[in-house]
Design a protein. Sequence first.
Length: 78
Amino acid sequence: MGRKSYNGYHSWSFLEPNKDYRPFKLAKEVGRVPSSKVELSKVKEERAGEFIERHILISLHDHLQIYPENPSENFEYT
């Protein structure tokens, strides 16, 4: 059995824009808002690093939906 890998598939990629659906310009997912850094003391930074090395981390604040760049199109997009 061969190893599976990402092949470029996107959900609903068999549909044609402007034929099967109206395409929308979507908001940027990365770099849309400035990032910020939490400043830690050297001791706390080392402690956090050790924690990260020992444990699996799971983000509980990921947004699964992408919105149109123009917020007034939200209703139509949905």
